[in-house]
Design a protein around this ligand. Structure first.
Ligand SMILES: *Cc1c(COP(=O)(O)O)cnc(C)c1O
Length: 356
């Protein structure tokens, strides 16, 4: 029983989830995305053990962490670097996702200085309105990149369900495949067709993932076992890969409705409370600095997260069969944003099982 809030990661389940996705995708490449775990090398290795053909992260600092433990698998950079970081990028990254020619030119110069080649995936915006050139601009972008001696155009790709919440379908992914076949003629060699992220698994399940999509970049579904379209379990994956335990520092029965004149809470919100009478509540030693309470669900469904301030998480434990005591822990399953914040918090211990 830990005295500190602790995230526990079941590496065996990460490997099994990766394997299940690789198998379901029938020969397409799966790139395991580690960014939500700050590039945890343990998790990266578990993804590779499950059949991921490479890894991807959005930040160079995270990639450095993976390279430092000797991971030599191909690593993709998901977020384009600023041109000033081109040199750092070509040192550790095999393939980066690109949409701005100024950045690709900087990468070309950096690769030339290293006597190396840098691979890019040209990103196309298919309606989600995050990164990517507009489809009609793709030929012009590729033409400009083809003039660069130290850049290999490895593929074309897209991101969906990130900013605009647009669902991958046979239509938009079909458009990607059609753009790829035109682009292959233009560049004169076969291209990887990177058809998105976890959300594209829904297209697979719906039978709408085109044959021509040869690659997906998967993070959340491996780590949390859910669809990012519905946030429901998908492909029978484990949904309890990552759990949070937090120690209890107070456990008392109190009214469920605050008493006195109501103003603002610590974050400027004006909370409302349902009067459920006197209830037993536990306070756990973790707070908004480490995790958004909305993103936590208690593993025991009889306990219910009520809210949090910076450092105190309040949980209704009235319905637990035995009242927890100070020093006991409660266990929660975090959603994506909670996982992201937990891994980023230095105040939360990370434990990997089985220990390596
Ligand atoms: C985050 C990200 C992914 C992985 O997304 P998931 O929903 O976690 O699978 C893939 N590609 C890009 C460009 C990303 O930014």
């Amino acid at each position: 029983m830990s005295a500190r809030a602790t995230v526990t990661v079941d590496l065996g389940k990460i490997t099994e989830n990766t394997r299940a996705i690789v198998d379901a995708l029938g020969g397409r490449d799966v790139i395991g995305v580690t960014k939500v775990t700050c590039g945890s090398p343990e998790i990266a290795l578990a993804m590779l053990a499950g059949g991921a053909s490479g890894l991807a992260d959005s930040r160079l600092e995270n990639v450095a962490r993976m390279r430092a433990v000797g991971i030599t698998a191909p690593i993709w950079l998901l977020r384009s670097p600023v041109p000033a970081l081109a040199d750092d990028t070509v040192r550790v990254i095999d393939v980066s996702l690109q949409s701005e020619i100024v950045t690709v030119r900087a990468l070309d110069a950096a690769a030339a200085a290293h006597g190396a080649k840098h691979g890019i995936v040209a990103m196309v915006d298919l309606g989600d309105l995050r990164e990517g050139v507009m489809p009609e601009e793709l030929p012009r972008f590729l033409e400009a990149v083809m003039a660069l001696e130290h850049i290999d155009i490895v593929g074309i790709g897209t991101s969906l369900t990130c900013y605009g919440a647009i669902v991958p379908t046979g239509d938009n992914l079909g458009e990607l495949v059609a753009l790829a076949s035109v682009a292959e003629k233009q560049v004169g060699h076969p291209l990887v067709v990177s058809g998105g992220m976890s959300s594209s698994l829904d297209a697979l399940v719906a039978g709408e993932l085109p044959e021509g999509v040869t690659n997906l970049r998967i993070g959340e579904s491996i780590l949390l076992g859910v669809s990012t379209v519905t946030r429901q379990p998908i492909l029978g994956l484990h949904t309890d890969v990552i759990t949070l335990t937090a120690p209890i520092i107070e456990c008392m029965r109190k009214p469920s409705k605050p008493r006195g004149v109501s103003a603002q809470d610590a974050f400027g919100g004006r909370p409302t409370f349902e009067d459920r009478g006197v209830r037993r509540r536990a306070i756990c030693a973790i707070g908004r600095q480490d995790v958004p309470p909305e993103g936590l669900v208690a593993l025991d469904s009889r306990a219910q997260v009520l809210g949090a301030s910076s450092d105190h998480l309040i949980v209704d434990v009235e319905d637990l069969p035995t009242p927890p005591r100070v020093g006991d822990t409660l266990t929660f399953v975090p959603n994506y944003s909670a996982t992201l914040r937990l891994f980023t918090s230095d105040y939360v211990d990370k434990v990997f099982t089985p220990a390596g």
